[in-house]
Design a protein around this ligand. Structure first.
Ligand code: IPM
Ligand code: MG
Length: 359
């Protein structure tokens, strides 16, 4: 088992260090190798995804990823910005299937901005197509004014595009996932306006024929955004395109009140995967030792389960995380109002507590 460890920017290094600590404590046979990615890679090598980092990622069974991005790179040309690293990895490795669970932990039910009864027991799985859509469609560009006036462009455009095979394969992922859950899939699109969405809906209906045990329904994305805050527990598996999935997964994760808790997995057709927390690089709190490492630790668990065939080890990590929450340990993002038996801990202390709870 070979793991590429790409910590990235901001809090990335701190949270990934804790996940690595937990993995090492499992005492499994695995090789880990680190490389720079994102803004730190740009600083060192002039590119956010240097060839050596990409080669390491390709040669690994799985990638443990922290986060990329910092405002200080906002002025760079797009191709050099940190975000290009994660987009490049997704495209180069064909990581088309993105799993973003939004789970409300019983202990953290008060951390949400929604009423507890709306979100207690919430367990949604958003499946986001990750290598197509307006993120990667060609052509794209800017048309600059004829007098070369800068910085303003006269016109800018991106292309929203999906092909039948791209939709078919993510449909299979969603229906297979639903088979292991409540056997319901909600497909989200904007078919009342967009051609790509009409194709999306048609292909979803077609593929669903092969899954008579699964109930498929469809929702327009604006309505889905509304229903997610109105009655989130109505959803189980949600499958949607790259752009809508980006937006809805942020919304769903914050319903739980604890984006610092949510892992994610991005898989290709051979189950090679990239595992990262659902949150970003949070440069404002980087280096302070207060970031929540649990999303990354839980991402490591997903990695063991999906890419490394170590389901038992994954469960051990997940139980350990539940145990530290039950003990009342909280990083500041999930501390809430505190109270009796609740202790505020640092990033490092949280990692140590998970290691201790593994035993
Ligand atoms: C995400 C992020 C990325 C995306 C950015 C960093 C390119 O928001 O993983 O959701 O838009 O996909
Ligand atoms: Mg996003």
């Amino acid at each position: 088992m070979k793991i590429a460890v790409l910590a990235g920017d901001g809090i990335g290094t701190e949270i990934v260090a804790e996940a690595v600590k937990v993995l090492l404590a499992l005492d499994l046979k695995m090789e880990m190798e680190s490389a720079l990615v994102g803004g730190v890679a740009y600083d060192a090598f002039g590119h956010p995804l240097p060839p050596a980092t990409l080669a390491l990622a390709k040669a690994s069974d799985a990638i443990l990823f922290g986060a990329v991005g910092d405002w200080k790179y906002d002025k760079l040309e797009r191709q050099f910005r940190p975000e290009q690293a994660i987009l490049g990895l997704r495209k180069e490795l064909g990581l088309f299937a993105n799993f973003r669970p939004a789970i409300c932990y019983e202990e953290l039910v008060d951390a949400s901005s929604l009423k507890p009864e709306l979100i207690a027991g919430l367990d949604i799985l958003i499946i986001r197509e990750l290598t197509g859509d307006i993120y990667f469609g060609q052509p794209r560009g800017r048309r600059v004014a004829t007098d070369g006036h800068f910085p303003g462009a006269e016109e800018a455009f991106d292309t929203m595009r999906y092909s039948r095979p791209e939709i078919e394969r993510i449909a299979h992922v969603a229906f297979d996932a639903a088979r292991k859950r409540s056997k319901r899939v909600t497909s989200v699109d904007k078919n009342n306006v967009l051609e790509t969405s009409q194709l999306w809906k048609d292909v979803m209906i077609e593929v669903a024929q092969q899954y008579p045990d699964i109930t498929l329904d469809h929702m327009l994305v604006d309505n889905a955004a509304m229903q997610l805050v109105k009655e989130p527990k109505k959803f189980d598996v949600v499958v949607t395109g790259n752009m809508f999935g980006d937006i809805l997964s942020d919304e769903a994760s914050m319903l739980t009140g604890s984006i610092g808790m949510l892992p994610s997995a991005s898989l290709n057709a051979s189950n090679q995967g990239l595992y990262e927390p659902s949150h970003g690089s949070a440069p404002d709190i980087a280096g302070k030792g207060i970031a929540n490492p649990l999303a990354t630790i839980l991402s490591a668990a997903m990695m063991l389960r999906f890419s490394l065939g170590q389901a038992d080890a994954a469960l051990r990590i997940e139980h350990a995380v539940k145990a530290v929450l039950a003990k009342g340990l909280r990083t500041s993002d999930i501390y809430g109002k505190g109270g009796a038996g609740i202790t505020k801990v640092s990033t490092l202390e949280m990692g140590d507590a998970v290691v201790a709870a593994l035993a």
